[in-house]
Write a protein that binds this ligand. Structure first.
Ligand code: NAP
Length: 322
């Protein structure tokens, strides 16, 4: 019997590709950029499995182009808002993701952005690089400290809980969180309290976003939400750019109430360097590198490969979305 054909939309760590090659006829897209839409649609017909990235939109058109032999889509990410899971279910295509193994890396990144925004790191580094820094300034670059302040975690899931543990354990921060359900482990580990979104915004000195992007969370941080935040507070987003209204964020950074923001994600990605948010001195923007550690990316490659193989050979997916 011929090995099943799989299309992998980008080079991933070789540990994952080697596993696939043992059992499948693997085509890997060689480009650094994602295959464009027409290329993706041309590559999927005949594939039994797709290994995709968050930058690949896997919608009804792609499922239709792939045809009935498509059994599994394995996303090389924990978030799967790029995949139409309703359409996948309708067609009996299984979908996998890569939870847990990137939690620590992404939580570390959220803390890094929080510190960077709280301490005007971008402004200071830019001044040094561009020759504007002239002397030690008693009143320059004044930020805020973390100790004994309140962190508001929006989406107290895996990564949200890991951020709460870091900030509570390291800086004794009081933890508030929102989620759709109570998180007893998080409450026990950090003394966290589940509150309404409005209370979280009003009470937190730092707010860190960790919910998935879904119809309820899309645009959740609009002008009204941002204007509810405490004067001098800091917003961090390592979830998805679509959760935040970027025009409203710019206004909150320019005219208050925010001291600063740290973003690992934007909409679109990349954001143009000319975009006013990219230019704002009190906004630190990273190129979506939350999971970018060797450890996390290799573990993601293993899980993504195992999900794909399980789907191809009718086994339960180690990490199934549907
Ligand atoms: P998770 O464990 O599923 O956590 C998501 C949390 O969001 C859940 O606790 C969920 O609540 C909560 N949530 C969903 N809708 C909500 C709403 N309307 N209001 C309040 N909370 C809501 O996922 P995770 O592993 O922590 O990952 C979270 C997200 O981070 C991913 O979806 C992805 O978009 C992003 N991410 C980014 C990077 C990066 O590189 N920057 C890396 C990894 C992940 P319930 O549990 O009650 O349903």
């Amino acid at each position: 019997m011929a090995a099943p054909r799989v299309f992998v939309t980008r080079q991933i760590p070789c540990i994952g590709l080697e596993r696939l090659s043992e059992h499948c006829d693997v085509e890997v897209w060689p480009g650094e950029l994602p295959p464009d839409r027409n290329t993706l649609l041309a590559k999927v017909p005949g594939a039994a499995g797709l290994l995709t990235l968050l930058s690949d939109r896997i919608d009804a058109e792609v499922f239709a182009a792939a045809g009935p032999q498509l059994k599994v889509v394995s996303n090389y990410a924990v978030g799967y808002n790029n995949i139409d899971t309703v359409e996948a279910q309708k067609r009996g295509v299984r979908v996998g993701n890569t939870p847990d193994v990137l939690t620590a890396a992404t939580a570390d990144m959220a803390v890094a952005l929080l510190l960077a925004a709280a301490r005007h790191l971008r402004e200071g580094v830019d001044d040094v690089r561009e020759g504007r820094w002239q002397t030690w300034k008693p009143l320059g670059y004044l930020g805020v400290e973390l100790s004994d302040r309140t962190i508001g975690i929006v989406g107290g899931g895996r990564i949200g809980a890991a951020v709460a543990q870091r900030l509570h354990g390291g800086w004794k921060m009081r933890v508030l969180y929102t989620a759709r359900s109570d998180k007893r482990d998080l409450e026990q580990a950090t003394g966290a309290r589940r509150v309404s979104f409005e209370e979280l915004l009003e009470e937190s000195d730092f707010v860190s976003i960790h919910c998935d992007l879904n119809p309820e969370t899309a645009g959740m941080f609009d002008a009204a939400a941002l204007q509810r935040m405490k004067p001098g507070s800091v917003l961090v987003n390592t979830a998805r750019g679509g959760v935040v209204d970027q025009d409203a964020l710019l206004e909150a950074l320019r005219n208050g109430p925010l001291l600063g923001a740290g973003l690992d994600v934007t909409d679109p990605e990349p954001l143009s360097p000319e975009h006013p948010l990219a230019q704002a001195a009190n906004c630190v923007i990273a190129p979506h590198i939350g999971s970018a550690t060797r450890e996390a990316r290799e573990a993601m490659a293993r899980i993504a490969a195992d999900n794909l193989l399980a789907g191809l050979f009718d086994q339960p997916l180690p990490a199934a979305v549907v």
